[in-house]
Design a protein around this ligand. Structure first.
Ligand SMILES: N[C@@H](CCC(=O)N[C@@H](CS)C(=O)NCC(=O)O)C(=O)O
Length: 157
């Protein structure tokens, strides 16, 4: 069975858990407490030298890091990753947008809130609100044509 190294409050991990649930795909969840240093132990760093979650371990022992690489891997061959190149390009566009603007602002604000570390981070919340405004600009900002609306499963908050 595939194994997900996961930190609950992480928006990047949340995306993967959500897609796994939408796909009804069984997996073993391995909690990694990043604030307890569990993502930087020698053992974990052999699995992912970047010391980050999420991390997907395949039945073969192969590791896949980077949340959006994991999403594309899991979604391949399912309606979440379209066959048409043009539609796939829209998915890729959203994934890059997500890592470039959403995750550093919205995902991070969510992360600080959930971990009780958001005191004094008002500027971060304001940036998150600005970016969320971009998500609501219109129907052209959609993942996979009509298959997914407004980034379901891929947006971190
Ligand atoms: N671009 C990476 C970012 C991964 C990342 O930053 N993960 C954080 C949690 S959201 C983490 O594991 N941090 C552990 C640390 O900094 O020690 C992805 O999308 O997977």
């Amino acid at each position: 069975m595939i194994r997900l190294y996961d930190y609950t409050a992480s928006a990047n991990c949340f995306k993967v858990r959500l897609l796994l649930a939408l796909l009804d795909r069984p997996y073993e969840r391995v909690p990694v407490d990043i604030f307890a240093g569990e993502s930087s132990t020698p053992e974990y760093l052999t699995k992912n030298p970047a010391g980050r979650t999420p991390l997907l371990e395949l039945e073969t022992g192969d590791m896949i890091a980077e949340s959006n690489a994991i999403l594309l891997f899991l979604g391949d061959g399912t309606p979440f990753v379209p066959v048409s190149l043009k539609e796939r390009a829209r998915v890729w566009g959203w994934l890059f947008f997500e890592q470039n603007l959403l995750e550093p602002n919205v995902g991070t604000a969510r992360f600080w809130r959930l971990t009780g570390r958001d005191v004094g981070r008002e500027a971060g919340r304001e940036a998150a609100a600005v970016v969320l405004g971009l998500v609501h600009v219109g129907p052209e900002l959609r993942i996979g044509g009509d298959r997914l609306g407004r980034g379901d499963g891929l947006l971190p908050a």
